[in-house]
Design a protein around this ligand. Structure first.
Ligand code: PMP
Length: 357
């Protein structure tokens, strides 16, 4: 039985992506070779990575707007460091908005390299909200934001107004909603939620931003070098890039980001309405800041957890346990998850209430 996959990442992929990816491993395009046994310099693969880079820009409406797209490695965690390496000058300061574990990690990593300032934080209330009316100092080399807090289930709906370069970790909500992406100078995301599978990170950078970098950076850490080498400075993660290529094509064929946003809103409304209605659960993220990607919720009576878990298991609901640091439950409802999976989860929650409420 195919399970209903609410995993936070690596996470659900569209069926057609899985099928094409599986086929490519066995016999890529009837070539008699597997995709993962050919050279990354083979024109077939060069076409795949370039198409995926283009598709990413097109989906975000950044094509011909002076941006480059890269597929790099090391996860979003490596971008925490690469961003700082490239953008933080010797005497400069980087600003961080701390809205969850991942932004906290990003800012910690940056602090090894230079001066950082925490511009705003929601740590005081266990990351249950998004700080508002943020005053951004004007002397920053860049401001770093995490658009969606995967663990605690909050999401920026509006971004701070600022003239300093805006860097955004969109790991868990890229391609999920329409934004004016030209507001961002650098966007990065690990692929394993809305953009493919793990092993690759998508980086989208405004070329102009890199022109001001004067320091020498090791090649593997340099965005400029990766752009110059068209994302092939070293051997890319070929299989992961191919899964991203398929996922982005699927996204385009499914109506693009606007269609995803409509679908994601419908799913989010469904699950949050149930969390609010059901007497056995509560949500802790502030309502206006709730994520449309990761819905977090808790049992009012923890002693019922085993019963709820058993019901979920029986219905093939997978991956709704909260992050180990947060506890409770988390339904990750990324682009590829169908609304029928959310409907099923809601039914299970209702059934649970009837039995134990
Ligand atoms: N940022 C965010 C918002 C994330 O959700 C995650 C992973 N879940 C990361 C960064 C870290 O990504 P990785 O494990 O690929 O380094």
């Amino acid at each position: 039985m195919k399970k209903h996959n609410f995993s936070s990442g690596p996470s659900i992929l569209p069926d057609e992506v899985l099928q094409k990816a599986a086929q490519a491993v066995l016999n890529f395009n009837d070539s008699g070779l597997s995709l993962i046994e050919i050279s990354h310099r083979d024109p077939t693969f060069v076409h795949i990575i370039n198409s995926a880079r283009n598709q990413a820009l097109e989906l975000l409406k950044l094509k011909n707007k002076g941006y480059s797209a890269l597929f790099l490695q090391g996860g979003a965690s490596l971008e925490f460091v690469r961003v700082t390496y490239n953008l933080l000058s010797a005497n400069g300061t980087a600003g961080y908005i701390n809205t969850g574990n991942w932004s906290n990690n990003a800012q910690n990593e940056a602090s090894y390299f230079g001066k950082i300032v925490e511009v705003a934080s929601s740590k005081n209330k266990n990351y249950s909200y998004i700080p508002k009316n943020i005053q951004v100092p004007s002397n920053l080399d860049y401001l770093h934001i995490t658009s969606n807090n995967t663990i605690y289930g909050t999401q920026f709906k509006e971004f701070p107004q600022t003239d300093v370069p805006l860097v955004c970790d969109m790991s868990s909500d890229i391609f999920s909603r329409v934004l004016d992406f030209t507001k961002f100078d650098l966007i990065y995301a690990c692929a394993q939620k809305n953009a493919g599978t793990s092993g690759v990170n998508l980086v989208i950078v405004k070329n102009e931003l890199l022109e001001r970098i004067k320091k020498t950076i090791p090649n593997i850490m340099s965005y400029k070098k990766h752009i110059e080498k068209e994302s092939m400075y070293n051997t890319p993660s070929v299989f992961s890039v191919y899964v991203s290529y398929l996922t982005l094509n699927w996204l385009k064929d499914s109506g693009g980001v606007a269609a995803m946003e409509r679908k994601n809103r419908a799913k989010a409304n469904l699950i949050y309405s149930e969390i609010d209605r059901n007497n056995l659960f509560f949500g802790n993220a502030v309502v206006e800041d709730r994520s449309t990607m990761n819905a977090t919720f808790f049992l009012k009576d923890e002693s019922l957890a085993a019963h709820f878990n058993t019901l979920c298991l029986k219905e093939g609901i997978y991956g709704i346990n909260g992050h180990r640091t947060a506890g409770g439950y988390r339904a990750s409802i990324y682009n590829a998850l169908s609304i029928t999976s959310v409907q099923l989860l809601v039914q299970v929650m209702q059934h649970f209430e009837t039995k134990f409420g």
